[in-house]
Design a protein around this ligand. Structure first.
Ligand SMILES: [Cu+2]
Ligand SMILES: [Zn+2]
Length: 210
């Protein structure tokens, strides 16, 4: 489970919808829904608040993408934390073949193997999810789908995601980023996106701390 699933509940109560509240009043025995795994337990709330005040918030991160092997693919990605839980991803990747290319946050910001990029590990996942589309409820944390290169091999990136974060449990800081040779077809277990053609590490931007 992750936060995506409980946003609509919060939104509904914020909008003043009373249906759920009155239903609950008529059923006092009703069990509370299970608490999502990544929600703080009551005892942790105060500790969390203290840590948050002591620790600066990350508002912006960058990832310089470099070629894997002799792919000739490179790029620059910028991640901005917007509206609390959303991350806006922008940038450009060049040197690609025209068409779709898998685009994922991977487990490790480890560039020691630039020949095939395997040092970045598999898809970043907080918890245990299946591989999926960015819009799927059940997806790896790092599943950002595809980018599309034009005839000149350039892909402009402009997407917003509500699962990855620059702060908290789903933080992508220090993780790896991979662009693949082929399209992510969203098949199991990792989307059949083929070889890794560009790799980078996601780090805090120079002007990214508040
Ligand atoms: Cu990948
Ligand atoms: Zn995945």
């Amino acid at each position: 489970m992750h936060r995506r699933q409980f946003l609509p509940v919060a939104a509904a109560s914020a909008a003043g919808l009373t249906v759920a509240a009155s239903a609950a009043a008529q059923q006092p025995q009703r069990q509370r829904p299970a608490r999502p795994l990544n929600e703080a337990q009551p005892g942790q709330a105060q500790r969390g608040a203290r840590m948050a005040s002591a620790r600066p918030q990350v508002t912006k991160a960058v990832c310089v993408l470099m070629p894997v092997g002799d792919s000739g693919v490179s790029g620059l990605l910028t991640f901005e934390q917007v509206e609390g839980r959303k991350v806006k991803v922008t940038g450009e990747v060049k040197g690609l073949t025209p068409g779709d290319h898998g685009f994922h946050v991977h487990q490790f910001g480890d560039l020691t193997n630039l020949q095939d990029g395997t040092s970045a590990g598999g898809h970043m996942d907080v918890g245990e999810h299946k591989h999926g589309k960015p819009t799927d409820e059940d997806r790896h944390t790092g599943d950002l789908g595809n980018i599309t290169a034009d005839e000149s091999g350039v892909a402009k990136v402009d997407m917003t995601d509500t699962v990855i974060s620059l702060n908290g449990p789903n933080s992508i800081l220090g993780r790896g980023f991979i662009v693949h040779a082929d399209a992510d077809d969203f098949g199991q277990p990792t989307g059949n996106a083929g070889a890794r053609v560009a790799i980078g590490v996601i780090g805090i931007a120079k002007d990214g701390l508040k």
